[in-house]
Each structure stands twice: as structure tokens, then as C-alpha cells.
Design a protein around this ligand. Structure first.
Ligand SMILES: C[S@@+](CC[C@H](N)C(=O)[O-])C[C@H]1O[C@@H](n2cnc3c(N)ncnc32)[C@H](O)[C@@H]1O
Length: 266
């Protein structure tokens, strides 16, 4: 059986913990602006009750708290809450495994998940839970990447092989789906959500900067627990990591697809 959350479990090693904290903060710096734009478009407002699923460093929850103000509420839910500040003010930090635990029923004006569902084999059931947790008329916003155009570009070797092998392993061992981004609008529409929209964004991933490191550092972390046999004979994965950290390295990112839709009013 696939342990879908195992790829996220960070052990107690202080170096691993610090590196994951750095990586989540990088992801926030790369992605928060796009997320703020999408959540502003759905109309996040004072007094809203919001839930961020797989909230990582907690920066989206912190931004939501500013938008909803003292009469609002934010649940910042993650299976591993070590990388975010503790509950404070309107933010409740909740440790929960969204593959197993309930989120709630008709509680939130906004339920959001960024870079979470594509990693989890139960993504369809989690989307159902997110919709169940929204109030009638509430918004669901999901962001995930799609690799379709990343794979169509000339990614230089050896990084191309490293990237391909680790994504294939992630799919076969942890239920990762690199095509989920393109499925989102259909997944929302077929579940009866209204006012469904989607947007895809691509940026240049430059060696040694946050624009690439959010991904390269995850690959680097994965190498620590992988046997050499997963790669072709003679392949040096560390050379591929070094290549992607060179300032001259520049490729296009996968498509970051955000979809949003509204639960029907009763
Ligand atoms: C790639 S990170 C994204 C973090 C944050 N959403 C962001 O975009 O900055 C994925 C997050 O999902 C969390 N996660 C993974 N599996 C989970 C599960 N089963 N239940 C709740 N959270 C989970 C991880 O702990 C991690 O914080």
C-alpha cells in the first residue's frame, strides 16, 4: 500500500528540519504573490472563515488572517506543523492528516490548498472533503503544477534525467500525479461547483535562486534516502544538482495551475 504522506515526513535531524523550513519559505516567496491574487479575486474579506490545507510555512494562513481581521477565523492545517508559527489571534494551527482526518462540514467561506493534492494519492477524496468543508456559496481554491510543457522543453542533462527519475519514483511510490493541474477545472466542474475558473503561470527557474531552489532542494533532499540503483549506471545525481545551482542554468518551470470554484447555495 502506498503511504502517501511518507514523502513529506521529515525526521528529527536538525539539519533536515532546517532545510525543509528553508525550502517551504522559498516556496512561499515564489508562490505567495500568485496565491494572494487568486484569493483576492474570489473576494476574501473581513469576517470570512478560511482553511489552508497543507499550510507548510504558514505564510498563506498569516496573509488570510490579515484579510479576515479580528472577526474572522483561519484554520492552518498540516500533517507536520513544525515549520509554522503556533496558533495565535484568529489562526488555529491544526495538526491533521487530510488523507485520514475530517476537515469539517459547511464551516468555511474559503478552503484552499497549494502544492498539496498532486502529492497525495487520495486527491479526489480530499477535494471532496474540501468541498464538504465549504459553506454553501463558499469558495474552493486549489493550486498544483502540471509538467506537460516542462517536459516539452529542452532541459539540459544531467538535470533532465534526475528530474525525470525522481518524478517517476514519486509517482510509483507515493502516488504523485504530475498531470493533476490540467484536471482541476474538470474536477471542479464535474463536482457541481459554480463560477469555475483556472489560470496557469510559468516562470524562469534560474540556478541558485528561489525560482529554481524550491524544486532543486526537494530533489537534493530526496537523494539522501535513495539507493544509487534507481539511476542509470554511472549517473551522478549530485552533478545534476550542482548543474541546476549554476547561475547560467535557466529553464521554464512547470505550469502552476490555480483553479477556483464556488459551492452552490442551497
Ligand atoms: C509542497 S508543501 C506546500 C506547502 C504550502 N501549501 C505552500 O504552498 O507553501 C506540501 C505540504 O503539504 C503537507 N502535507 C502533506 N501530506 C499531508 C497530509 N496528508 N495532510 C496534511 N498535510 C499534508 C506537507 O506537510 C507540506 O507542508
Amino acid at each position: 500500500m502506498v503511504d502517501e504522506s511518507a514523502s513529506y515526513r521529515i525526521n528529527e535531524d536538525p539539519d533536515q528540519v532546517r532545510r525543509e523550513q528553508d525550502r517551504l519559505r522559498m516556496l512561499s516567496r515564489v508562490a505567495d504573490g500568485r496565491t494572494h491574487r487568486a484569493l483576492t479575486e474570489v473576494g476574501i474579506a473581513p469576517a470570512w472563515h478560511c482553511c489552508d490545507i497543507g499550510s507548510g510555512a504558514g505564510t498563506v494562513a498569516a496573509w488570510m488572517a490579515v484579510q479576515v481581521g479580528s472577526s474572522g477565523r483561519v484554520v492552518s492545517l498540516d500533517v507536520d506543523t513544525r515549520f509554522q508559527p503556533p496558533s495565535s489571534g484568529v489562526i488555529e494551527v491544526r495538526t491533521a492528516d487530510v488523507t485520514r482526518d475530517a476537515i469539517g462540514t459547511e464551516l468555511f467561506d474559503l478552503v484552499h490548498a497549494r502544492a498539496v493534492l498532486q502529492h497525495l494519492a487520495q486527491r479526489e477524496a480530499i477535494l471532496d472533503k474540501m468541498i464538504a468543508a465549504a459553506k454553501p456559496g463558499g469558495w474552493i481554491v486549489v493550486n498544483d503544477v502540471d509538467w506537460i510543457q516542462y517536459d516539452a522543453q529542452p532541459v539540459p542533462e544531467p538535470f533532465a534525467t534526475l528530474s525525470r527519475v525522481l518524478r517517476e519514483l514519486s509517482s510509483s511510490q507515493h502516488g504523485y500525479d504530475g498531470t493533476w493541474g490540467r484536471m482541476l477545472v474538470d474536477a471542479f466542474t464535474t463536482r457541481g461547483l459554480r463560477e469555475v475558473n483556472g489560470r496557469g503561470e510559468v516562470w524562469t527557474m534560474r540556478g541558485g535562486t528561489d525560482s529554481a531552489e524550491w524544486y532543486v532542494s526537494a530533489l537534493d533532499r530526496a537523494l539522501a534516502v535513495l539507493p544509487a540503483e534507481v539511476f542509470p549506471a554511472g549517473f551522478d545525481p549530485h552533478a545534476a544538482i550542482a548543474q541546476a545551482r549554476e547561475p547560467a542554468f535557466a529553464i521554464l518551470s512547470p505550469i502552476s495551475i490555480t483553479a477556483w470554484g464556488r459551492k452552490p447555495e442551497r
